[in-house]
Design a protein around this ligand. Structure first.
Ligand code: LIP
Length: 291
C-alpha cells in the first residue's frame, strides 16, 4: 500500500463519507422524478442506469472535491480522476439500482476512502467508509481500527458484530447474480452446490446491504462473483471492523472473481463449499464446451 492508514485523518474521512452519503440518499428519494425510467444500460440490457445514479454520483464527487481537492475518485458511473493525494474515493451512488428502479426498498449509497489502486485487486484497501440505507434511515459506518457502527433514526450509534455462526448447515447466506445471462447460469450452478449445505439463501439485490447484513448478524455470510470495487469497498470495511473476514476464494483478495464474507469461524467452511461449487460449475461449462 502507498501509505499506512495510520497517518491519515481517519475520523475526518469517515465523517465525510457519512455526510456525503446521507446527502446523496436524501437526493435519490426526494428528487426521484415521477415515471423514473432507464437513462441507459451498460454491460447488458438489464444493467440499467437511471438519471438519479448519475446525479447522485455528481453530487458526491462535487462535495468530496470541495472538501479534499487532491483526492482521487472512482465511481460506478461516468466521471473519475486519479489521486494526487494518498486517498481515492470509491463510490456506488446507488447500489441496487434495479431495486431503486422498481421501488423495492433495498438499495444503498456507498462511499469509501481507500489507499492504493482500487482498479487492481489486492492493491488497495478501504480505510474509512459509509453505507447509507435511505429507505430505512440507517447509516453503516467504519474506519480502520474504529469499529463498525450502525446509526438509525433517532437512536444512538450501535456497535456492530457479526453473528456467531460456525456451522454452515445453520447459516443464512446472501448472494447475488450478474447482469449477463451466461454469468447468471454459472452462478446458479455454483448455488446448486451450495444451497443443500446451508440453512437458506437470501438475495436482496444490493451487495453493499448484503455485506452490512453480515456485519450486523442479520445474515451469517455472503458470497458473490462479479462485484466491482464500488459495490463492496465501504461495506467490506464495515464487515471487517465488525469482526468478520472478507476475501476471495482460497485467501485471495476480494475481487470480481469472488467475494466471500463471514464470521472468522465460518469463513473457511464457506470458502470450501463455494470453491466446490465453482469447481462443479466450471466442470459443467467444460463438458458443455465438449471438453
Ligand atoms: C448490484 C449489486 C448486487 C448484484 C447486482 C448488481 P448495482 O450492483 O449490488 O449485489 O447482485 O447484480 O451488481 O449494479 O445495483 O450497483
Amino acid at each position: 500500500m502507498a501509505v499506512s492508514p495510520d497517518v491519515l485523518p481517519l475520523e475526518e474521512l469517515e465523517r465525510l463519507a457519512v455526510e456525503v452519503a446521507l446527502e446523496a440518499g436524501r437526493l435519490i428519494i426526494d428528487e426521484r422524478p415521477a415515471g423514473l425510467g432507464v437513462a441507459h444500460t451498460k454491460s447488458s440490457a438489464t444493467d440499467v442506469v437511471t438519471v438519479m445514479d448519475q446525479r447522485a454520483q455528481d453530487l458526491i464527487r462535487g462535495r468530496l472535491s470541495l472538501a479534499r481537492p487532491g483526492d482521487g475518485f472512482y465511481g460506478e458511473e461516468e466521471g473519475g480522476s486519479e489521486a494526487a493525494s494518498e486517498v481515492t474515493w470509491v463510490v456506488d451512488p446507488i447500489d441496487g439500482t434495479v431495486n431503486y428502479l422498481y421501488t423495492i426498498p433495498a438499495y444503498a449509497v456507498s462511499v469509501a476512502a481507500v489507499v492504493g489502486n482500487p482498479r487492481v485487486p489486492g492493491e488497495w484497501e478501504p480505510v474509512a467508509g459509509a453505507v447509507v440505507d435511505p429507505e430505512r434511515g440507517r447509516v453503516f459506518r467504519a474506519r480502520r481500527g474504529g469499529g463498525s457502527w450502525l446509526e438509525g433514526p433517532g437512536g444512538p450509534a450501535a456497535r456492530l458484530g457479526t453473528s456467531g455462526a460456525a456451522d454452515l448447515s445453520q447459516a443464512l447466506v446472501g448472494t447475488g447474480f450478474g447482469y449477463e445471462a451466461g454469468t447468471r447460469l454459472w452462478q446458479t450452478r455454483v448455488l446448486a452446490e451450495v444451497i443443500p449445505h446451508i440453512r437458506d439463501i437470501r438475495r436482496f439485490g444490493s451487495a453493499a446491504l448484503d455485506l452490512c447484513h453480515v456485519a450486523e448478524g442479520t445474515l451469517d455470510a455472503y458470497f458473490e462473483r462479479g462485484l466491482n470495487p464500488w459495490d463492496m469497498a465501504a461495506a467490506a470495511l464495515v464487515v471487517t471492523e465488525a469482526g468478520g473476514v472478507v476475501s476471495g476464494l482460497g485467501g485471495e483478495p476480494p475481487s470480481s472473481s469472488m467475494v466471500l464474507a463471514a464470521p472468522a469461524g465460518l469463513h473457511p467452511l464457506l470458502d470450501g463449499r463455494v470453491a466446490a461449487g465453482v469447481q462443479a460449475a466450471d466442470a459443467v461449462g467444460r463438458l458443455g464446451a465438449g471438453a
